[in-house]
Design a protein around this ligand. Structure first.
Ligand code: UD1
Length: 339
């Protein structure tokens, strides 16, 4: 059974590709290597014991994509990860974000319709909920006005997918991820941020290894027990597993409706300080950090109600925050020992 994974050399895509290969699927990876490295394919092969097909294609290039779908005419499903994902960058380059994130999805859907590929899993985000009106946030929570062009692309892409599903025999699942963290237990796969990391965990590990002087914690005056923001940190391997389960649900026609949405988180909220303390505990490293003013656009707290994913997908996060942070630390040490 052949599955197309766009963005398959990226952070979540590489872990998902490895899990699919381990389960015996044939995987075609498409990536423009805009935010990833080709050697990740070797790592995927080391982890999974087999190698995906690879095409260096930009999903915005419709004719390249059409050729790929013709070449692999036995593709049965698509997992679409390929997208830009930096919130700050999306504010300074909104058109680049809209063009890349929307066009790539539209092109994929067009190719799927033409070649009668009926199943797609899409990478969405808890960012669609904005500042939640209640917690934990479930899938019925209203989607609120996006606070960044990045967040808006996720909302619009969900809408595009929903409309495409309604007008054809396509079936789609949008997975709304909370905060993906961690790395593969082998330390062969993990997050590879380009330049200064925007996200908390790579910033923590780069500070601990000495690549960054200190971590800035954005705000300690939030309305939370310790004053720092609360997030639901989900291990990337659990997240990869959720994609496998979702794609199998579609392939086996177990979906209840043609378009479904699931929260993918742990259900537990942790503050930034709790994450820092947990990191210090598992790594044995003292982390240099200071409090600085709040970061624009950050929400106070969000964590998932995962009942629907637990009951419908039969999926539940298995890893703790400590395990995730320990794996990120192992990955960081492996990266720096290579240089
Ligand atoms: C953001 C996006 C989310 C996206 C995720 C991964 C929004 C609202 N959120 O999540 O959709 O999936 O990135 O790309 O669009 N922090 C620090 N210091 C740092 C970095 C972060 O204190 O150097 C704090 C932040 O203030 C926040 C927490 O750590 O409270 C997590 O931040 P981050 O890892 O950037 O993820 P989000 O902003 O939650």
């Amino acid at each position: 059974m052949k599955i197309l994974v766009t963005g398959g050399t990226g952070y979540i895509g590489s872990h998902t590709t490895a899990e699919l290969l381990k389960k015996g699927y044939d995987v075609v990876v498409v990536d423009n290597l805009n935010n990833s490295e080709e050697w990740i394919l070797d790592r995927i092969e080391q982890v999974a014991g087999s190698r995906p097909y690879f095409s260096e294609i930009d999903c915005c290039n419709l004719s390249d994509l059409k050729k790929l779908f013709l070449l692999h005419s036995d593709i049965k499903a698509v997992i679409h990860f390929a997208a830009h994902k930096a919130v700050g960058e999306s504010v300074s380059n909104p058109l680049g974000y809209y063009k890349n994130n929307l066009l790539s999805l539209v092109n994929i859907l067009e190719c799927m319709q033409e070649t009668k590929v009926a199943n797609i899993v899409f990478s969405s985000s808890c960012t669609v909920y904005g500042e939640p009106q209640y917690l934990p946030v479930d899938e019925n929570h209203p989607v609120q006005k996006a606070t960044s062009p990045y967040g808006n692309t996720k909302q619009i892409c969900e809408q595009i997918l929903q409309d495409a599903v309604a007008s054809s025999n396509l079936k789609g699942i949008a997975l709304r991820y909370f905060n993906p963290v961690g790395a593969h237990e082998t330390a062969l796969l993990g997050e590879l941020p380009r330049g200064v990391p925007n996200n908390l965990v790579p910033f923590i590990t780069q500070t601990a290894i000495g690549k960054r002087k200190e971590l800035s914690i954005y705000g300690n005056d939030y309305d939370t027990p310790d004053g720092t923001c609360i997030r639901d940190y989900i291990h990337v391997v659990d997240l990869a597993d959720a994609h496998v389960v979702a794609i199998e649900r579609l392939l086996k026609n177990n979906n209840k409706t043609a378009y479904e949405v699931f929260n993918i988180g742990t259900g537990t909220g942790n503050s930034v300080l709790e994450a820092v303390n947990a990191f210090e505990k598992v790594s044995g490293q003292k982390l240099n950090y200071k409090f600085v003013p709040r970061r624009d656009g950050d929400i106070t707290k969000v964590y998932a109600d995962t009942t629907l994913a637990n009951n419908e997908l039969g999926w539940k996060a298995k890893h703790t925050l400590e395990e995730a942070l320990a794996s990120s630390w192992k990955w960081e040490k492996q990266l720096s020992s290579k240089k």
